[in-house]
Each structure stands twice: as structure tokens, then as C-alpha cells.
Design a protein around this ligand. Structure first.
Ligand code: AMP
Length: 629
């Protein structure tokens, strides 16, 4: 790339954000140019490209038809069903219009929400793109979530329509979706009037007349549909994506349209080094932010080919990623550290079997990358491994080693340096003062956050301000809730969360959500859930449960029943790895649960200052409970 140094590029982004982002916005098509690059009138809110009219689907699909109509846009690879299908940009354009017409026929129009609860199939991508084409707001809910999680999201987003499927498949096992959706709709206070079901022929499903429509029928009806893009204000919400926090209620991260398009377009070039016509393979799921940004939007905004993979990293064998990379001449691969730790347990020869000459780099994100795993991948494949650190809230990396520049080298153990527009500063936990180089502090960012980051929490501006911007009174500072350390050259090292959020195999889970679910089990009196270090998944959830009187005799059965209860309510993704029974939980005299102390004991560390402990015996039970099988 032509820019001489990343340091100068970055400096420009934070010293003259208006000028910098106006230049970057040239990479996106606007139906009407913006009047103001950044509206600073209402901090901590920030509105980007105010007055501009654009459309994400136009930029991701229609815009490429002139130059690359026959180029592959979306390659679908399912090792679950054995299907592989390639959609050119022209095909994608057609399919998205069919889906858009189907949604329109059910009354969806600009500003309406559409909830997408789907496995990794092309129709899920069509549905996302169809929504933004219409100016509707999509909310994708990860397929691993079950009915209670789903109902909470339905009630918050209040979708007009839900798009779902009969079933997914994982590791060769069919996972029905429709019964979970039906349960969620029964639990919901605000169920939508219409549901679209993509029938994959994997599982029988019950159709509720008047509510459920088969996508096959709709598709046949709208096969020739032409649906123009609806031009929306840059600040118009494109999607809501729920993420866990420290309360039981998930937060709906709301993203804008124009800022997101500009930021993602920049990120693909500057951070990932991706170019139009190249192939990007992101192994995440569309239910997570990585899937939104790097399976769907960034590769398509750039005119790349993106791969949608339904399967696990080890089926039919642990070389499947590399087989796909060879077959489709993948240039850039994006995965998660847990997937690499899983592969590391298999025969290293599997990494040598395929021709990876097109592959330039492997990107890993979503959870801490341990040095041995990073080194193993780099050495086994002979390719650079690029860690990158970000959050659902930001939508694109905060820290990375930018591949579009040759002058920033990676440092082991560090996800890298600040990305354009992010004014990252490590701050003292108590007063918010910046800490010196080398000292531990909270990873924080000064206002304004760059384009692409969350606009607000859906329907709850006060919670947005309170959650992210109120840690340090009188300072406009966003807290990531991660601890970090920065060296003298600006490289950051992430040292774990400051709150009760845990990260299991790259999935962010709130311990409170799991606690609330377990508390609702009839045999449970009290519960504490903590995240415990795990060699494979980074962290695992362990639950410490006090049963109600009279339930103790059936302890083993209760453990299994509690696990099944979490599965049914939240989904297997939230099921604790261990459920340990105790007769009391350690609390302070004022009744505050000592989760940190429990966690320390589980990890074999010193539990620290326990002077406020109400009942020392409660803490002594923890090691005994862990020792029991
Ligand atoms: P999520 O919003 O689910 O993507 O989770 C974001 C959180 O995951 C961050 O706040 C970090 O705690 C963690 N995280 C994400 N990427 C990294 C990384 N590269 N290194 C360390 N932690 C990470």
C-alpha cells in the first residue's frame, strides 16, 4: 500500500478524525454525501457522516455487479451435509432480492426488526443482506442459544418477522431449531406475527397456520423479484447484536450504517491486508460479531469472496480448514485460538498435507491467544499469525498488527497496537488517571470512538452511558472492562476481565445469566458461577450450588437435572463444565458473593484478603467440592 508509515497514518486518524474519516469514506458509495463527518454535540454519543445517505447491501452486493458479477461472492461449505455451493455476485444479488421480497410480503419495511435464528446456511446471509437492503434492522441470535435466551432477545428487539430453519447440524448430529423457537415464542411477551422457516429437510417441524411460512414457498412466489435498495441515513441502525454483561439482561449493541461500512472497508485493507477479488475464510459463526463483520460485511464490501463454513474444525478430520483453504485458494484465514488449540491435539502432519501457497496470514481473535498456540500455528504452517483484540461493541479490531503496513512487527503475547481512530489509554481503576508504561490498568478509550463502534444500547441510551462511559466521573472515557499493560512502544498486553464476564472458547458469557438460570431450577437455593482457566477453551464455567433442604439425597440426579435445565433455557453454550454442590457460599458480612475468592481457589491461587468473610467454613468447602469427582 502507498501509505508510508503506520505511525503517521494512525496519528492522522486521532489528530484530525474528521479529515481522516472523510478520506476513508471515499471507499464507500453514497447516494447523497454527508454534511458533517462527526456530530460532536452530544457526548458520549457520536454520529458519523451525518446527512449522508447510503445502503449496506448496495455497497456489499449491487456496487460490484459492474466489475465482478461473475466472481464468486459467497462459497458455502458444509461438512455437516456434504453440500458445497458457490454464489457469484450476480447470484447473491438475485437471492438477496428474493429474500427481501419475501420479507416485504410479510410487511417488513424500513426500521422494522427482523430476528434471524439460523444455522450457517446461505439463507442466513441472504436474510442479513435483505434486511439492510430494506432498511430493516437485523438481529442475529446465535443458534446455540435456547428458548429462554431467545425469548429475552425477541422481547427486547420486538421483531416483526423471525427467519429460522428446521434444524442445524453439529458434528453430524441434527440440532432442531424450530421446537426451540416455538418454545421461545410461547415464552415471549411480544412474539412476531410471522415466522419464515427454511426447510433443509433435516428435521420434521410443526407449522402453525397463519404464522409460519416455508421459505421454499416464498422463494417460488418471488423468484423474479426486483427489490431496490432503500437509501437510509448514515446513522440509521443496521443491526442489533446481543452480548453478555454483568447483569442477567443481555445488551443489544446497536450499530449504525455509514460508519460501520466505512470502518469495515478500512479494516479489511489496513488490518487484514485483503484486496478485491481475494478470498477470505472466517471460521466464526454469523451469530457472533466476528461473523457479522468478517464473514459477511467486510469481505463483501471489499469485493472479495467469502467462505461460509458449517462444520467443526475436526470433521471429517482435523485438516478440514486446510482442505477448504487449498480448494478455494484462500488468501486470508480468520479463526479463534480455541480452534487452534483443538487442532494442536491432532497429528501435526495434517497441517502439511495441503497446498496453502495462496494463504498469506492467519488471524486469531475473540479470546486471549496463548503464546505456545500462536507459535505452533506459525511454525507448523510457516505463515504469520496475527492476533487481534476487539469486542462486540466495537465491531472491528481495537488492537492488531496492521497487515496493510510493512512497518509494524508483531510481538509475542501482544495483540498489537491501537488501530485507526481508537485513542486507547490504560487507566487507573480508581481515579481514571493514565498509568505509566509497563503498569497494569483498565483498557479504556477516549471519546469519540471511531466509526463502526456501537451507537447505543438498543432502546436504552441511559444504560449505554451508565455501562460504558461512567466508570470515571467527569471524563468521557469508554471502559472495555479488560485489564491490560502497555509497553513503551505502544504494544498492549491483555490481562483478563475486570468484571464477571467470562470467555469460553471465544464465546462471551455473563456469569449472572447462568446464575439466574440455575437459580430458577426448583431444587436450587443459591448459586455462584465463576470462570476457571481451561487448557482448551481458555475458560470454563463452574457452578457452586446450594440445594434446597430435602434435595441433598438426590444430589447426583440434581446435578444432571441442573445441567439439562441450563441447556434447555440458555443453550449448551452456557452449560457449566462442572456443577459442584456445597452447603453454603462464601460471602462478605454485607452479603456480597466472593466470586473472585472462589475463582482463585478453583485455579489453585491464593484467594487474597478474606477479612470481610462472613463464614470461613463456606470457603473451606470449595476445595473439597472441587476434589469430589
Ligand atoms: P466479544 O464481545 O464476545 O467479542 O468478547 C470481547 C472480549 O473478548 C474482550 O473484551 C476480551 O475480554 C476478549 N478478547 C477478544 N479478543 C481478544 C484477544 N485477541 N486477546 C485477549 N482477549 C480478547
Amino acid at each position: 500500500m502507498s501509505d508510508p508509515s503506520y505511525a503517521a497514518f494512525y496519528r492522522h486518524s486521532v489528530e484530525s478524525p474528521e479529515a481522516f474519516w472523510a478520506e476513508q469514506a471515499q471507499g464507500i458509495a453514497w447516494q447523497r454525501p454527508w454534511g458533517q463527518v462527526l456530530d460532536r454535540s452530544n457526548p458520549p454519543f457520536a454520529a458519523w457522516f451525518v446527512g449522508g445517505l447510503t445502503n449496506l447491501c448496495h455497497n456489499a452486493v449491487d456496487r460490484h455487479l459492474a466489475d465482478r458479477a461473475e466472481q464468486a461472492a459467497l462459497v458455502y461449505v458444509s461438512t455437516e451435509t456434504g453440500q458445497e455451493r458457490t454464489y457469484s455476485y450476480a447470484d447473491l444479488h438475485r437471492e438477496v432480492q428474493i429474500m427481501a421480497a419475501s420479507l416485504q410480503s410479510l410487511g417488513v419495511s424500513q426500521g422494522d426488526r427482523v430476528l434471524i435464528y439460523m444455522p450457517m446456511i446461505p439463507e442466513a446471509v441472504f436474510a442479513m443482506l435483505a434486511c439492510v437492503r430494506l432498511g430493516a434492522v437485523h438481529s442475529v441470535v446465535f443458534g446455540g442459544f435456547a428458548s429462554v435466551s431467545l425469548a429475552a432477545r425477541i422481547d427486547d428487539a420486538r421483531p416483526k418477522v423471525i427467519v429460522s430453519a428446521d434444524a442445524g447440524s453439529r458434528g453430524g448430529k441434527v440440532m432442531p431449531y424450530k421446537p426451540l423457537l416455538d418454545d421461545a415464542l410461547r415464552l415471549s411477551q411480544h412474539p412476531p406475527a410471522q415466522v419464515i422457516v427454511v426447510d433443509r429437510g433435516l428435521a420434521d417441524w410443526a407449522r402453525q397456520p397463519g404464522r409460519d411460512e416455508s421459505y421454499g414457498d416464498l422463494r417460488a412466489r418471488h423468484a423474479l423479484a426486483k427489490v431496490p435498495c432503500v437509501w437510509v441515513e448514515s446513522t440509521h441502525p443496521s443491526y442489533i447484536l446481543y452480548t453478555s454483561g454483568t447483569t442477567g439482561k443481555p445488551k443489544g449493541v446497536q450499530r449504525d450504517t455509514g460508519g460501520y461500512a466505512v470502518a469495515l472497508h478500512l479494516s479489511m485493507r489496513v488490518i487484514y491486508g485483503g484486496k478485491p477479488g481475494e478470498t477470505f475464510f472466517c471460521t466464526s459463526d454469523i451469530g457472533w460479531v466476528v461473523g457479522h463483520s468478517y464473514i459477511v460485511y467486510a469481505p463483501l464490501l471489499t469485493g472479495m469472496t467469502t467462505i461460509l463454513f458449517e462444520g467443526t474444525p475436526v470433521r471429517p478430520d482435523a485438516a478440514v480448514f486446510w482442505r477448504v483453504a487449498q480448494q478455494y485458494r484462500v488468501n486470508l484465514l480468520f479463526s479463534a485460538p480455541t480452534a487452534m488449540r483443538v487442532l494442536r491435539r491432532h497429528d501435526p502432519a495434517l497441517l502439511q498435507r495441503h497446498d496453502l501457497s495462496a494463504l498469506r496470514a492467519i488471524f486469531l481473535a475473540g479470546e486471549p491467544l496463548d503464546e505456545p498456540t500462536g507459535r505452533w500455528v506459525a511454525e507448523s504452517l510457516g505463515k504469520p499469525v496475527v492476533d487481534n483484540y476487539w469486542q462486540t461493541e466495537t465491531g472491528w479490531p481495537i488492537l492488531a498488527t496492521p497487515q496493510g503496513f510493512a512497518d509494524v512487527a508483531s510481538r509475542p503475547g501482544s495483540p498489537g497496537v491501537s488501530m485507526p481512530g481508537y485513542k486507547v489509554c490504560l487507566r487507573n481503576e480508581t481515579d481514571g488517571a493514565p498509568v505509566a508504561a509497563g503498569e497494569k490498568g483498565v483498557v479504556a478509550m477516549d471519546w469519540p470512538l471511531p466509526p463502526g463502534c456501537l451507537q447505543t444500547i438498543w432502546g436504552d441510551d441511559a444504560r449505554f452511558v451508565q455501562t460504558y462511559w461512567s466508570t470515571y466521573p467527569n471524563r468521557q472515557v469508554y471502559s472495555t472492562f479488560d485489564w491490560g499493560r502497555q509497553d513503551a512502544d505502544g504494544y498492549l498486553y491483555i490481562l483478563g476481565r475486570t468484571d464477571d464476564v467470562i470467555n469460553v472458547a471465544g464465546h462471551r458469557l455473563g456469569t449472572r445469566e447462568i446464575e439466574e438460570s440455575i437459580s430458577a431450577h426448583p431444587a436450587v437455593a443459591e448459586v455462584a458461577v465463576v470462570g476457571v482457566q481451561d487448557a482448551l477453551k481458555g475458560q470454563a464455567a463452574w457452578a457452586f450450588v446450594v440445594l434446597r433442604p430435602g434435595q441433598i439425597d438426590a444430589a447426583a440426579a440434581q446435578q444432571a437435572s441442573i445441567a439439562a435445565h441450563v441447556d434447555a433455557q440458555l443453550g449448551a453454550v452456557a452449560r457449566p463444565q462442572r456443577i459442584c454442590l456445597v452447603t453454603a457460599l462464601p460471602k462478605t458480612r454485607s452479603g456480597k458473593m466472593l466470586r473472585r475468592a472462589i475463582q482463585a481457589i478453583c485455579e489453585g491461587r491464593d484467594p487474597g484478603d478474606l477479612t470481610t468473610l462472613e463464614d470461613p467454613l463456606a470457603l473451606q468447602q470449595i476445595p473439597d467440592a472441587i476434589a469430589r469427582p
